[in-house]
Design a protein around this ligand. Structure first.
Ligand SMILES: C[S@@+](CC[C@H](N)C(=O)[O-])C[C@H]1O[C@@H](n2cnc3c(N)ncnc32)[C@H](O)[C@@H]1O
Length: 422
């Protein structure tokens, strides 16, 4: 076993008394995370200990999508013969056999209670004149169940194709046309039962890693319609196309939904490292495996922009929350809870300790290894004086204030807005 020691967050060992909790509260945000990439086949992830990973977020090469044929054939030359002989289903089965080995490894490295989120699309293909759907998602899910994972409701990622030639088959004539595949899956499975958060430290960290209530409502929906494409331009765009990177938002959401700060996330199909970038933005460690060493320059390039990207995404989350608060107060609704780090209102008790640590810097500490450091305090721009909202809510619930607000709305003047102090 080698250097996963590096991937430990600087966790503190404390007793559960209130004083030590306070000390811990100040130190939990001194988050420091590590990222390690291995350029090797992930069917043997010997460098990762069994039961050591908190989450897998990944997207494999898609069987029966032509761009990945060569990669599968390298691992099992019989696939070429099957395709040449027009035996599409045989090729499909063989391609999945090579992936099965990697799902087995994922099971081994995951801790009990840990999730795996797998982005996969089905394929349609004509082999030997026979057009057919190759159901990758159900084939993978079946194997995951066979090896002991518990399946949970999946997410459909709706990807709209506007191309006029997207329809396949006999056009307007019945009984010969095929519906267009415009979605992919994010399969969600868990090893064992529910994850437990036992110590005060673990409980505190879980609360500090909470999502906003309004984010939960969108992110935990089973259809995602709003994922934008990859934002980053790479110097070598062919690398991006060859790697088939998913949008940053996909692993970013999943990581926030299924792990806590300081956790270790693994991606056995690393590509150009989108999972790692999302891990950097969210304060999670990452270990990745990629069979193509020539992606390393592109991966390194992307780490240069991540401080900005993470900063924008974090500000965006806080901006949206403040917008949500404004709208809710304008609509005459009140909040029962105030977040302790920002002093802004939140809907639930579970969001009171939420803190989005700002990513301060990412540095390469050795070959294929990076380290990230985070701010310990809430962003001044989004932090309010302690009593701001209590006063605002009290005033907005007084009858005169309500009447005034209505008037303001009617005359379409700007509504009462929360003043950012910072
Ligand atoms: C769909 S892409 C993943 C893209 C990645 N999610 C991203 O955003 O950059 C699949 C990646 O897995 C890699 N790959 C395929 N088979 C592999 C294997 N057996 N071990 C490690 N990497 C593999 C491919 O080279 C490719 O980069």
């Amino acid at each position: 076993m080698c250097d996963l020691r590096l991937l430990k967050v600087h966790k503190v060992n404390i007793k559960d008394s209130p004083e030590t909790m306070d000390r811990f509260k100040n130190r939990i945000s001194t988050l420091q995370t590590t990222y390690k990439i291995y350029y090797q086949n992930s069917n043997a992830m010997q460098s990762v200990a069994s039961n050591s990973v908190d989450l897998v977020v990944t997207s494999p090469p898609y069987p029966m999508i032509a761009m990945w044929d060569e990669m599968f054939i390298k691992q099992d030359p019989a696939i070429q013969k099957a395709l040449d002989n027009g035996m599409g289903y045989d090729a499909f089965k063989r391609m999945h056999k090579t992936l099965d080995e990697i799902w087995n490894e994922c099971y081994r490295i995951l801790k009990n209670g840990a999730f795996a989120c797998i982005n996969i699309g089905d394929a349609t293909r004509t082999v030997n004149g026979n057009f057919m759907l190759y159901p990758n998602h159900s084939r993978i899910l079946q194997h995951l169940l066979e090896i002991g994972f518990t399946s949970l409701p999946a997410i459909l990622w709706r990807k709209q194709t506007n191309a006029p030639n997207k329809f396949m088959g006999s056009g307007m004539l019945p009984a010969g046309a095929y519906v267009t595949l415009e979605h992919e899956y994010i399969l969600i499975v868990r090893k064992g039962g529910k994850r437990e958060f036992i110590t005060a430290q673990e409980k505190h960290n879980r609360h500090a890693s909470a999502l906003f209530w309004e984010e939960r409502n969108t992110w935990f929906s089973d259809v995602w319609m709003d994922l934008k494409g990859t934002t980053q331009k790479l110097r070598d765009d062919t690398v991006r196309i060859r790697s088939a990177a998913y949008p940053f938002e996909l692993p970013f959401r999943l990581i926030n939904m299924y792990s806590v700060k300081g956790d270790l996330v693994a991606d056995p199909f690393f590509g150009i490292g989108t999972t790692m970038l999302a891990g950097m933005a969210a304060g999670r460690n990452t270990v990745g495996f990629e069979i193509e060493p020539e992606f390393s320059d592109a991966i390194h390039d992307r780490t240069r922009d991540i401080v900005n990207i993470a900063g924008q995404r974090t500000s965006d989350r806080l901006d949206r929350h403040i917008e949500f608060v404004n709208t809710r107060i304008e609509n005459g609704r009140t909040f029962k809870h105030i977040n302790e780090n920002y002093n802004f209102p939140v809907v639930t008790n579970q969001e009171k300790k939420l803190l989005l640590n700002r990513l301060k810097a990412v540095s390469k500490i050795e070959k294929n290894t990076y380290e990230a450091v985070y701010s310990q305090t809430s962003q001044p721009k989004f932090s309010f004086a302690p009593e701001t909202f209590t006063a605002l809510q009290a005033s907005s619930s007084r009858p005169q204030a309500k009447a005034k607000k209505k008037q303001l709305k009617k005359s379409s003047l700007a509504p009462v807005q929360l003043k950012l102090l910072g």
